[in-house]
Design a protein around this ligand. Structure first.
Ligand code: FNR
Length: 362
């Protein structure tokens, strides 16, 4: 029957919780420390209200947009998240097919459980690649070259992870690290006697905490792909990034998995957008669960948004079909929001369509 199955992202989360082992669901859904930022990422959206304009002809809604010249059916992209095989045996290949079917852009994680080559050959689509920089620079350089060779169109360098955030659920569950296919033969680490999270042990032996601004030049020297920095949440860093010549910025706190008590991303978006003043596209992720959230982010200046956990919930629930359904759901909700707000294209969504808490005080 048509009406069977989840009707929103919340319900997909419920299904994922039912079908996944606790260790995996907690890994996907958890955050760092007190998980204060995890809640705030979502709550902050609820404090922004919509200001619809009436009597606009909304017979046709066009959600399409472009990023770095690549066309997307909607500004809703797939965020890089690791280890999709824990949700479904097809892993990132299923996710890639769903993203392609929805004409949207997927960012493949450095911690992917499927090979770059397998994802590339799964279907024809524009994709970006997310990078972590390892102490052994050659590991990262090798993967950048492979991604470039296999047609990925941009590198998203994650800049909020000099060390792994403390994720207490993973420690308590003694999280088991699955095989990270792309790192086979490149990294060997000793996870040691089993006391806590394997990921933490792995990350502490691989991630390079000395990564700094100068390394943007290093990255530029090994690839001709555009570089986007993922994990900026202040105007100062955004200005610095533009000065360094990056091609884009993702306002992100890593889905609240890194620094707890960093602000909700939607609460700092406008600050970053103003600082960048149109020099490069500004994207955002963290806590987006509704089409109205997407609309709010666009109204506050985002060029596009990325969703992380909802994709994993869909993948766990129904594989490729589930991811497609999650993307379609968010696209449908955005389209309806645009119609009810009197906006027929992405460009028509402006700052005047939202009311923030700050606006109310003024
Ligand atoms: C992530 N994220 C992430 N980011 C990244 O740059 N590289 C990675 O490998 C991962 N892995 C990862 C795994 C899981 C299970 C989650 C939930 C998240 C962060 C991700 O790209 C994004 O910033 C957040 O997921 C956005 O928040 P929401 O949409 O999950 O609330």
């Amino acid at each position: 029957k048509m009406e069977d199955g989840p009707v929103n992202i919340r319900e997909y989360e419920e299904v994922a919780k039912q079908v996944l082992p606790k260790m995996i669901f907690d890994f996907y859904n958890g955050g760092a420390g007190d998980e204060y930022t995890l809640r705030e990422n979502m709550e902050a959206y609820k404090r922004i209200m919509l200001r619809p304009r009436i009597l606009v002809d909304v017979g046709r809604i066009d959600m399409s947009t472009t990023l770095l010249g690549y066309k997307m059916q909607s500004p809703i992209m797939v965020a890089p998240t690791g280890m999709h095989k824990y949700a479904h045996p097809e892993g990132e290949v299923a996710t890639a097919r769903a993203a392609a079917a929805c004409n949207t852009l997927m960012v493949l994680s450095f911690a992917s459980s499927r090979k770059i080559e397998d994802v590339a050959s799964s279907c024809n689509a524009v994709r970006f690649y997310q990078l972590y920089v390892y102490q052994k620079r050659e590991v990262s350089a090798t993967l950048v070259r492979r991604a470039e060779e296999y047609g990925f169109k941009a590198i998203l360098l994650t800049v909020d992870t000099p060390r792994l955030g403390r994720r207490e659920k993973d420690i308590k569950n003694k999280f088991i690290l699955p095989q990270l296919s792309n790192l086979e033969g490149l990294v060997s680490v000793d996870v040691g006697p089993k006391r806590g999270s394997d990921l933490e042990a792995f990350a502490s032996q691989t991630l390079d905490p000395s990564l700094c601004w100068n390394d943007i030049e290093w990255l530029r020297s090994i690839t001709s792909l555009p570089i986007i920095l993922k994990g900026i949440i202040t105007a100062d860093d955004a200005i610095k990034a533009v000065e360094m010549g990056v091609s884009g910025i993702v306002v992100s706190n890593h889905g609240a998995r890194q620094l707890d008590y960093s602000p909700a991303t939607i609460s700092v978006l406008e600050e970053v957008v103003k600082a960048v003043s149109g020099a490069v596209p500004v994207l955002i992720d963290g806590g987006i669960r509704r089409g109205t959230d997407v609309f709010k982010a666009l109204a506050l200046g985002a060029k596009a948004v990325l969703v992380g956990r909802p994709i994993l919930f869909g993948l766990a629930a129904k594989g490729e079909k589930g991811v497609k359904s999650v993307l379609k759901m968010l696209q449908g909700e955005l389209e309806l929001t645009m119609a009810l707000c009197g906006t027929t294209s992405i460009n028509e969504i402006t700052r005047k369509h939202v009311q923030t808490e700050g606006d109310r005080i003024r």
